[in-house]
Write a protein that binds this ligand. Sequence first.
Ligand SMILES: O=C(O)CCCC[C@@H]1SC[C@@H]2NC(=O)N[C@@H]21
Length: 261
Amino acid sequence: MSTDLTPLWDAPATAEFWPQDYQRTLLAQVDSTMAEARRMAPQASGSTWIMAQEQKAATGRRGRPWSQPKGNFAATLLLRVNDDPAQAALRSFSMAVALRQTLAMSVPPEQLSLKWPNDVLLAGGKVAGILLEAIGQGGRVDWVSIGVGVNLVAAPPLDQVEDGAFRPVAVADYGTPPSPQDFLFWLASHFGHQERLFKEFGFGPIRRLWLHDAARLGETITARLPNEEITGRFETVDENGYLVLTTAKGARAIAAADVYF
Ligand SMILES: O=C(O)CCCC[C@@H]1SC[C@@H]2NC(=O)N[C@@H]21
């Protein structure tokens, strides 16, 4: 199913400073790093980053296909947790914050913003997406898989993006893209820090960091749910990670939706 390339990128610098909490695997080709994480979870001894140079069947949110031009970043963090599902899901905000910090090393930071629930925008276009899956039993989550796709060298063509979706952009359009290996090193370091904050202090500091860089905070946005569309002023993201909009009929806290502005 996949070829493990890990020894090829164990360069001394990254080997020495790699965050000790995480193992890592680099695959030349795989169907999807999310699927690989599902396969690995039963035997995994600890949290593991799984990166792939090529994915044959990558998926985005809501089962949409995810296009990965060569040289772009694709990885899944199989993260060991022991949380209830609501707590586990908040890791998408930690990853969004870590992604922003990592991207800010390559593009002008003021061009980056975070779109609820878990996209990173660069100059208003989508540069990175996050996909979360929980693995567990009996109301507890044992593992959370956090998939990350970043357009480093190329954005997928517009015709491969669904109607109404945000214009895809690449790091290369605004700066010098790092190699996927270097990107992983820094992302893992930044995420490791966010995860330590989360374990020590809970969602509070992550929420504040996320809100600091939120796109369109205080402005009118539209949340599209399966059966309704809600337009209102983007007030905040609450302590559950819900989007809070003030509408003509009062405040609404929204757990899951696609957001447009
Ligand atoms: O829809 C989104 O915005 C989320 C995109 C997530 C894509 C990444 S690429 C690595 C991982 N493997 C997948 O199949 N999907 C995620």
